[in-house]
Write a protein of this length. Structure first.
Length: 397
């Protein structure tokens, strides 16, 4: 991999109204990016296999094809002035192959790093930032020696393609190692993985940082509550000391500088009982935990992303009001819709997805409040989010 400093990012000087931004991936993140791009007078093209996907509904054109269809990516590049993406598992080689015909201000090193847990953790540690202790695992022998170093409990995660608990296994003791050993013996090979120490955090948090390749700005650190590994709620800001917030900002800017970041990057964190911060993972794009910024901040994560991609200066985002964001999954659509008339304070976002499916992200609700913890309780008390069933879910952003 070339070092980031050697890479030509293909930054744009300043994208003018009328220029076209192409988005690989047409889900809700692409849709909200496209809506922001509209305010800048940009035209929008989307590549997504689902006809009339959420982003296509607000775009100028859609190329209906798989994300890794190289001819389709070339076609998108040909019709656009600048390309971005809404998720990290985009074929970086396919993007590199079109860099002679379209600007890709985010570059592809950012993708290559965030697609691979070994590269990602190495990058984070190389910037002096703490992660859980980890070891690369390329087979059972590696796993055995990683367990000797890290101990139990620990978490075995696939290097690539895992997200939100998928491709993960908690190893609580030797019996769990034996189970992995047996599966490998039965012909289920261990994919390239990492083993990391189990982190006994106080709570999960995240921070967003945006840049235009040169200047970087941060959003406040927020607290995230998950259910069944899917984000349930974000409370903004997180109830932490100024010193903790300051450290989160510092690490975010340090990573952004390292990437020469253009656009928005999300950093998922564990906040420790002693107020230490451990980085869990990075997402090279706007993030579900940043949706609150649409109503609660002076500039939102999507606008910051678009400005960064377009080479426009970025103002420091200001939190105008504390807020709570709650996700509306498939099973929450009917109960929340029934209560909308009683809740004028709910800012309801619907992603325009045709099929309502359990655990699929269909929309979200943001409430501005002076007391996020009390509002979070009020939302839960409506009973709309009382589902307890566990199930798999689609690619989670
Ligand atoms: P990830 O796919 O890495 O974002 O992990 C999904 C969820 O698993 C996180 O949001 C945490 O709740 C939990 N998790 C991941 N890694 C660890 C760890 N090393 N220790 C404890 N919990 C973890």
């Amino acid at each position: 991999m070339p070092s980031l400093s050697e890479e030509t990012h293909g930054k744009v000087d300043h994208l003018l109204p009328g220029a076209t931004m192409g988005i690989v991936g047409g889900g809700q993140l692409g849709r909200m990016m496209a809506l922001s791009a509209r305010y800048h007078g940009l035209r929008i093209g989307v590549l997504d296999p689902t006809p009339d996907c959420p982003a296509a509904q607000v775009a100028d054109f859609q190329i209906t094809a798989e994300y890794d269809d190289r001819a389709a990516i070339r076609e998108l590049a040909r019709r656009c002035d600048v390309l971005t993406y809404e998720f990290e598992n985009v074929d970086a080689d396919a993007l590199d192959a079109v860099r002679d015909i379209v600007a890709i201000p985010q570059g592809t090193d950012l993708l290559r790093v965030t697609q691979d847990r070994v590269r990602e953790k190495t990058f984070i540690n190389d910037h002096g930032i703490e992660t859980a202790p980890w070891r690369q695992v390329d087979g059972l022998d590696d796993l055995r020696s990683a367990i000797e170093r890290i101990g139990y409990p620990s978490v075995l995660k696939t290097r690539c393609g895992g997200y939100d608990g998928h491709g993960q296994k908690v190893l609580r003791g030797p019996e769990d190692f034996t189970e992995v050993e047996r599966a490998v013996g039965a012909g289920d090979p261990l994919p390239p993985s990492i083993l990391e120490g189990f982190v006994d955090f106080s709570f999960e948090a995240s921070i967003l940082v945006s840049g235009n390749g040169v200047d970087f700005v941060t959003f406040p650190i927020v607290r995230n509550e998950h259910r069944h590994n899917i984000l349930h709620m974000t409370l903004a800001p997180a109830d932490v000391d100024e010193a903790v917030a300051g450290r989160a900002e510092k690490l975010a800017v340090s990573l952004a500088k390292g990437f020469e970041l253009a656009g928005t990057l999300a950093i998922e964190l564990f906040v420790m009982p002693d107020d230490g911060l451990i980085v869990n993972e990075l997402a090279p794009r706007p993030h579900n935990s940043g949706h609150y910024t649409i109503e609660a901040c002076s500039i939102d994560q999507f606008d910051a992303h678009v400005r960064g991609i377009a080479g426009v200066p970025l103002p420091q985002p200001r939190l105008l009001s504390p807020a709570v964001m709650v996700n509306v999954l498939g099973q929450h659509v009917a109960p929340t819709r029934a209560l909308i008339p009683d809740h004028p304070e709910w800012n309801v976002h619907d992603y325009g997805k045709a099929d309502i499916i359990r655990n699929r992200k269909m929309g979200h609700i943001t409430v501005l409040t002076d007391d996020p913890a009390a509002e979070a309780r009020r939302l839960d008390d409506t009973g709309c989010w009382d589902d307890v069933e566990e199930a798999g879910h689609e690619r989670d952003l």
